[in-house]
Write a protein that binds this ligand. Structure first.
Ligand SMILES: [Mg+2]
Length: 96
């Protein structure tokens, strides 16, 4: 499975439309923020308790990707293209 295959599936499940409604875009953005917060919570617990539930954190990272790919699709972008552009941007920054 490629990330674009996953995005096609996720966008269908999440009922992503093009163009997205403001409500759907908000829902997806809040979902991304919420799941990112769940990842941050695991890191906070690592600092507080000294333990990290790696399996649970990896599950939350999957939830982050779900909302992230849906937002890519909502904007009419293939996740693989967004990743390629991100890699180019970061690589250019590193060579400065
Ligand atoms: Mg979650």
């Amino acid at each position: 499975m490629t990330i674009d295959d996953y995005a096609d599936w996720a966008a269908t499940v999440a009922k992503v439309t093009r163009p997205p409604t403001s409500e759907r875009l908000s829902y997806l953005g809040l979902g991304l923020a919420g799941e990112s917060g769940e990842v941050a919570e695991h890191i906070k617990k690592l600092l507080r308790d000294g333990t990290l539930d790696q399996a649970a954190m990896a599950e939350e990272l999957g939830d982050v990707v779900y909302y992230w790919v849906c937002l890519c699709v909502a904007l009419g972008r293939k996740p693989s293209e967004v990743l390629t552009a991100s890699r180019a941007k970061i690589s250019a920054r590193l060579t400065q």
